[in-house]
Design a protein around this ligand. Structure first.
Ligand code: COA
Length: 179
């Protein structure tokens, strides 16, 4: 945690709608993406998730942004070679210098017309940073639909829990002898 505030005074930055930074990243899974069981390695999916979410964070904050945390990464069913994977990402919530990106991972067979099914989801927090790596202000996100507003409210709950967990662990560590 820093003692200093963000390096730009942009607390009054104009808001940006969710749709301005919503992004989809698509990729066909090949044999190079598999684990020892022959299905797609979870880390391959996590990289795509981080890439798509990073694009959203960069677009929304209009500059560099770094991954601060990734939580609730859920793998709902295995992804296979020959699956066309779509990673849908949008800005759910903004704080002063950070923002939460929600990601939904869908998969469909690359050569069939069957509908895509959801295979994963995740929530990532990005911090917007300046050229020195210091946090900088982000524009407030403007949710546009009922679903966007629901996601905003749910993201606030996750934010409250993240802060409470960090504070509780910090206090516990401070209360115990080092080691
Ligand atoms: C993320 C990072 C910039 C935060 O820097 P910091 O000095 O701790 O700054 P702050 O405490 O002011 O945090 C900045 C914002 O990020 C949020 N944040 C920081 N760490 C977080 C975490 N672990 N989880 C969620 N949010 C976090 C803060 O709540 C704050 O948000 P707000 O301004 O909207 O309230 C810094 O820890 C960093 O550079 N980490 C490495 C990031 C990186 O390299 N990622 C790629 C992995 S290889």
């Amino acid at each position: 945690m820093t003692d200093q505030g963000p390096t730009s005074a942009g607390d009054d930055l104009p808001g940006k709608p969710t749709s301005a930074s919503r992004t989809t990243l698509s990729h066909i899974m090949t044999a190079a993406d598999t684990n020892l069981l022959g299905t797609v390695h979870g880390g391959v999916i996590m990289k795509l998730v981080d890439d798509a979410a990073g694009a959203v964070a960069g677009r929304h904050s209009e500059g560099p942004a770094v991954t601060a945390s990734m939580d609730e990464m859920a793998f709902l069913s295995p992804v296979r070679v020959g699956d066309l994977v779509h990673v849908h990402a949008q800005c759910n919530w903004t704080g002063r210098t950070s923002l939460e990106v929600g990601v939904r991972v869908m998969a469909e067979r690359w050569n069939e017309s069957t509908p895509a099914t959801q295979v994963g989801s995740a929530y990532l927090v990005f911090a917007a940073v300046d050229e020195n790596g210091k946090p900088r202000s982000v524009p407030p996100v403007i949710p546009e639909t009922d679903q966007d507003r629901r996601r905003y409210q749910e993201a606030q709950i996750r934010r409250t829990h993240r802060l409470a967990r960090r504070r509780a662990i910090k206090e516990l560590r401070a209360s115990r002898p080092a080691g």
